[in-house]
Design a protein around this ligand. Structure first.
Ligand code: ADP
Ligand code: ASP
Ligand code: MG
Length: 819
C-alpha cells in the first residue's frame, strides 16, 4: 500500500492541484489507487488562519475580509476544476465549513480570548477545506474517493499546538476505518483530537506526520511526501543555491537535518516510519519524474563525508555560569528538569568540561519564560553568588552539519571551523552528538547565509566552489583580467571546481554590485546601463552588507586613496589582491600592518604583480624566506619600460621618441616620469627588500639620477617630453660611451648589505643582464643557498596581458585556499 502526502504548495493553486490529480491518476493507470492521500492546507492558509484568530481576539472586524479571501481561493479551485453542474453542491459544502469558522471567530471576538485550544480549532479549517475541495475534484474525474477528517482517527493528548499522539488509541481506529473501506480516503493532515473530541494539531508542518502515522498503522509499503523541491537536498536550496539532491539518506540523518531546520520533512514524522521500517520518499510535485530522496535504514549514496547541512535561522542562547557550578552534581538535571516541566524544548546543549557553564539554545519565543523559570529555580544559588545571573544572547542561528560518514572520518570539525574562521564567522557555541552524525555550531544570525554557503562549498566540492570577486579599476589590466576569467570559466569549473563570480565592478565613473553575479560577457553593458555614480565608501559598505563567503577585493587601479580601504576589508575577512604598489611601498609600518591583518584574519593579501608583472618573483622570494633561506644580494632590472627604452635606443633615434613609443605600447606608467625618475623601480625594489626581511623605508632607497635635473623638474608630461628632446645629446653620449666599451646600458636596482641603490650602469657581455631583450625584467637572488650561482627569474615584466595573468593566478590561489 502507498500513502501519498501533498504539501501546501502542492495544493496551493489550480495549476498545482492539476499536478496532484495527474500524480494520483498515474497510480490508477498503473493498476492501483493509493491507499490514502493526505493533504496540507493550501499554502499560506494556516498562517492566515492564525492571523485571523489574532485579529478576532483583538476585536478587529476586518478579519472577515481575510476569511472571504480564503473562501475565494477554494471557490476558485472549484470553479476551475469541477464541471459546472457539480459545482453548486461543492460551493455549499465549502460555504458550510466557512460558516462554521465564522461562527467560531464571532465567539472569539466576543470573549476576546484566544486559547491554544481555540487556535488549534481555527487552524483545522485549512486542512478541512483543502481536503474537501480536492476530494471533490478527484471525484468529479470519476475516482472513487471520500473525504476523511483525521480527527476521528488520530487521538492525542491535550497539548494544543503540538499534541502528542496516543498510538494505543490511534492505531486501532485507523486500522478499523481502513478495514471496511472501498473508496480512497483524502485525509486532512496536521489535525487530530483528544479523547474529549477537542481538536488538536500535531505541530507546524505536521501533515507529514499524519501520513507517517497512517503509513505505520497500516504497515504501508512506502510513504510518499510530495513537495516543491527535488527531494531532500544537501542544504536548503532557498539559502544555498548550489544545494543538490541527496538520493538516499538514513532515518537518523534525516532526523538530524530536519530537527535542525530542514523543513522539507517534519521531524516527528520519521519516528513511526522508522519503527516499522517503512521507507519515506520525498518527491517533487512539479517535477514528478525526478527520483527524489529515499529515507530508509541504510543509504548507499556516499560521495561525500557529510550528507547535508541545515540551519535554524533564529535562536536564543541561554547561558548559566558560575563558580558554584563546578563539580556540583545535579545542576544540569535541575536546569533541564525545570524546562521539561514547563514544556520548553531545548534545541542544543553545550557544556564546557570545566562545568563552569551550561549553555543551551531555545526558540526566541521561549526566552522570557526561560529567564523567569531559571531565575526562580536558582534564586538561592544566585543570591549566594554560586551562579551568575542567567545570560540570554539573541539573534543567533544554528548550523548543523550531518552525515553518517562523519563517524568514520576525522578532521570534519577542523574543516568546519577552518572555513568559518577564514570567512570571519565567529563560533559562539558548539555541540556534537555522541552519535557523531551531527556537529552543530551557533553563530551570529547576520553571518548565516555566508556561513551556509561557505560550508557547503568546502564539503561538497564536486560542485564548483564559488569565489566572489569585487573589482575596482576597469582599465587595461582590469578589462583584460575579466576577459581572461571569462575565457577560462569552463576550464576552472571542470578542472579546478571553481567558479569566479563577479559581484561588484567599479571604475572612476560608475559602479555596479550584484550578489548574484554580473555576466562576464556583458559587464560593460550592465555597468553602463545599471551602474550608479562611483563612491568607494558606498562600494565597501555594500560589500560588507552582502557578507558573501570567499570574497576577494581586487584593486586594479594605481590610485592612492583606495589603499585605505584594504585594512578594513581584510578585517572584514575579505582577501585583497592588487597590482597597485601604493600600499606596499608606503611606510614600512603600513606594509607590515596589512600583511599582519591578513594573517590574523586567515585571509590573503596578494600582490605578485607589484613587481615584474606576472613573473613569479614575490612568490619565489617568499618561498625562499619561508623555507629558511637568507638573502645576501638582490640585483634586478625591474622596469620593463626602461628595459624597452634602453634596448630600443640606438644612434639615429631620439631618446624622447623612444620614450613616446614605450608610452604608446602601454609599457610606461600613465605618467612616464614615474618610470624615468626611478620612482617606480624604487617602489619595486623596496617591496622586494621588505619581503626579503629588511624593514626599509622609502627614504632608504638611493636613486642615482638617470635624467638631467631639467627633465625631472618639468611641470607636465608634454613639458617633460620637450625637455627630453632638448637633452638628446646627453642621452646619446651615454649610449656612445657604453658602445665604445662594448657594453649595454641597464637600469639596475641592487639590494646589498641592507642598502638599496638604483643606478644606470653599463654592463659587459659577461654580465647576466647584458642579454636582456625587449621589455623584459630580470631578478637575480643571491642567498645562502643560492650563493655560487644566483637564482634568476627572467621574462616579460610589463604589459596588460601578463599582468592580468599574474593577478588571475593570485585570485585562483585564494580560491584554492579559501574554498
Ligand atoms: P510542503 O508545503 O510541501 O510541506 P515545506 O515548505 O514544508 O513544503 O518544505 C519544503 C521546503 O523545505 C523547500 O521548499 C525548501 O525550501 C525547504 N528545505 C529546507 N531544507 C531543505 C533541504 N535540506 N532539502 C530540501 N528542502 C529543504
Ligand atoms: N498546514 C500546516 C502548516 O502549515 C501543516 C502542514 O502544512 O504540514 O503548518
Ligand atoms: Mg511541510
Amino acid at each position: 500500500m502507498h500513502i501519498l502526502k501533498f504539501g501546501g504548495t502542492s495544493v496551493g493553486s489550480v495549476d498545482s492541484i492539476k499536478q496532484v490529480i495527474q500524480i494520483i491518476e498515474r497510480h490508477r493507470a498503473d493498476g492501483q489507487l493509493p491507499g490514502a492521500v493526505v493533504l496540507s492546507a493550501m499554502s499560506g492558509i494556516t498562517n492566515q488562519l492564525i492571523e485571523i484568530g489574532r485579529m478576532a481576539t483583538a476585536g478587529q472586524t476586518d478579519y472577515l475580509e481575510l476569511v472571504r479571501r480564503i473562501e475565494d481561493r477554494h471557490f476558485n479551485v472549484v470553479r476551475q476544476l469541477i464541471p459546472v453542474k457539480e459545482q453548486s453542491k461543492v460551493f455549499a459544502t465549502v460555504r458550510g465549513i466557512v460558516n462554521e469558522l465564522e461562527d467560531l471567530l464571532r465567539g472569539v471576538s466576543l470573549i476576546r480570548e484566544l486559547s491554544l485550544r481555540t487556535m488549534d480549532l481555527i487552524m483545522s479549517f485549512g486542512e478541512r477545506l483543502s481536503c474537501t475541495v480536492v476530494a471533490e475534484c478527484l471525484r468529479s474525474r470519476g475516482l472513487p474517493v471520500q473525504f476523511c477528517d483525521a480527527r476521528q482517527l488520530i487521538k492525542t493528548d491535550s497539548q494544543f499546538g503540538a499534541a502528542e499522539v496516543n498510538y494505543a488509541l490511534t492505531n486501532p481506529l485507523i486500522q478499523g476505518y481502513f478495514s471496511n473501506l472501498t473508496d480512497m480516503p483524502v485525509v486532512t493532515g496536521f489535525i487530530g483530537s483528544t479523547e474529549k473530541q477537542e481538536t488538536t494539531t500535531l505541530g507546524r508542518g505536521g501533515s507529514d506526520y499524519t501520513a507517517s502515522i497512517l503509513g505505520a498503522a497500516l504497515n504501508a509499503d512506502v510513504i510518499d511526501i510530495w513537495t516543491d523541491v527535488d527531494g531532500m537536498m544537501t542544504a536548503d536550496p532557498r539559502k544555498v543555491p548550489n544545494a543538490f539532491n541527496i538520493p538516499t539518506i538514513t532515518y537518523a540523518e534525516a532526523m538530524e537535518l530536519s530537527h535542525f531546520g530542514a523543513k522539507v520533512i517534519y521531524p516527528p514524522s520519521l519516528q513511526p516510519a522508522f519503527a516499522r521500517n517503512i521507507p519515506i520518499r520525498i518527491l517533487n510535485t512539479f517535477n514528478a519524474d525526478h527520483e527524489g530522496t529515499v529515507i530508509s535504514r541504510t543509504a548507499d549514496w556516499r560521495d561525500f563525508t557529510i550528507t547535508g547541512i541545515s540551519s535554524i535561522d533564529d535562536v536564543v542562547l541561554v547561558n548559566l555560569q558560575g563558580s558554584g557550578m563546578i563539580g556540583v552534581a545535579g545542576v544540569s538535571a535541575r536546569v533541564f528538569g525545570v524546562l521539561a516541566r514547563h514544556r520548553i524544548s531545548v534545541i542544543l546543549i553545550s557544556q564546557a568540561s570545566s562545568e563552569h557553564s551550561i549553555c543551551f539554545a531555545i526558540e526566541p519565543r521561549n526566552a522570557e519564560a526561560v529567564r523567569l523559570v531559571l531565575n526562580e529555580e536558582f534564586a538561592a544559588d544566585i543570591e549566594q553568588g554560586h551562579i551568575d545571573s542567567v545570560g540570554i544572547e539573541k539573534d543567533l542561528s544554528i548550523i548543523a552539519v550531518v552525515g553518517e560518514g562523519m563517524k568514520k572520518s576525522s578532521g570534519i570539525a577542523g574543516k568546519l571551523f577552518s572555513v568559518l574562521g577564514k570567512n570571519g564567522v565567529n563560533i559562539i557555541a558548539v555541540a556534537q552528538g555522541s552519535s557523531e552524525i551531527n556537529i552543530s555550531v551557533v553563530i551570529n544570525r547576520n553571518n548565516l547565509s555566508k556561513a551556509l554557503n561557505a560550508i557547503h562549498n568546502v564539503f561538497f566540492q564536486s560542485e564548483a566552489r564559488i569565489l566572489n570577486l569585487y573589482l575596482v579599476g576597469t582599465g587595461l589590466i582590469g578589462k583584460t583580467l575579466l576577459r581572461q576569467i571569462h575565457e577560462q570559466a569552463e576550464f576552472l569549473k571542470k578542472e579546478k571546481l571553481m567558479r569566479i563570480s563577479l559581484v561588484g565592478v567599479a571604475n572612476t565613473k560608475k559602479m555596479l554590485l550584484d550578489p548574484k553575479g554580473i555576466e562576464l560577457d556583458d559587464w560593460q553593458g550592465r555597468l553602463l546601463t545599471e551602474g550608479v555614480t562611483t563612491s568607494l565608501p558606498a562600494f565597501a559598505d555594500q560589500m560588507k552588507q552582502y557578507n558573501l563567503p570567499n570574497s576577494v577585493f581586487l584593486d586594479c587601479t594605481s590610485d592612492k586613496d583606495i589603499v585605505r580601504f584594504y585594512e578594513p576589508l581584510l578585517n572584514g575577512n575579505i582577501s585583497v589582491v592588487t597590482p597597485n604598489k601604493v600600499a606596499n611601498s608606503g611606510s614600512y609600518e603600513e606594509y607590515r600592518r596589512l600583511n599582519r591583518t591578513a594573517l590574523r584574519r586567515g585571509v590573503k593579501f596578494l600582490y605578485e604583480t607589484n613587481v615584474g608583472a606576472g613573473l613569479p618573483i614575490i612568490n619565489t622570494l617568499q618561498g625562499l624566506i619561508t623555507s629558511g633561506d637568507r638573502f645576501l644580494k638582490i640585483e634586478a632590472i625591474l622596469s620593463g619600460t626602461l628595459s624597452f627604452i634602453f634596448n630600443t635606443f640606438r644612434p639615429g633615434l631620439s631618446f624622447a621618441e623612444v620614450v613616446r613609443e614605450a608610452k604608446a605600447k602601454g609599457y610606461t606608467e600613465p605618467d612616464p616620469r614615474e618610470d624615468l625618475s626611478g620612482m617606480d623601480v624604487a617602489r619595486k625594489i623596496l617591496i622586494l627588500a621588505r619581503e626579503a626581511g629588511f624593514p626599509l623605508e622609502p627614504t632608504d632607497v638611493t636613486i642615482i639620477n638617470l635624467l638631467p635635473e631639467s627633465c625631472l623638474a618639468a611641470p607636465s608630461i608634454p613639458a617633460f617630453f620637450d625637455e627630453l628632446e632638448r637633452n638628446n645629446a646627453y642621452f646619446e653620449s651615454l649610449l656612445s660611451e657604453a658602445e665604445t666599451r662594448n657594453e649595454k646600458l641597464r637600469y639596475v636596482a641592487t639590494l646589498e648589505g641592507g642598502k638599496v641603490t638604483i643606478e644606470l650602469r653599463s654592463v659587459g657581455l659577461d654580465h647576466p643582464f647584458y642579454s636582456l631583450s625587449g621589455a623584459d625584467n630580470i631578478v637575480s637572488f643571491t642567498t645562502e643557498r643560492y650563493k655560487d650561482r644566483p637564482l634568476v627569474v627572467k621574462g616579460p615584466g610589463a604589459g596588460a596581458e601578463v599582468t592580468a595573468t599574474g593577478v588571475f593566478a593570485d585570485v585562483v590561489s585564494i580560491g584554492n585556499y579559501l574554498a
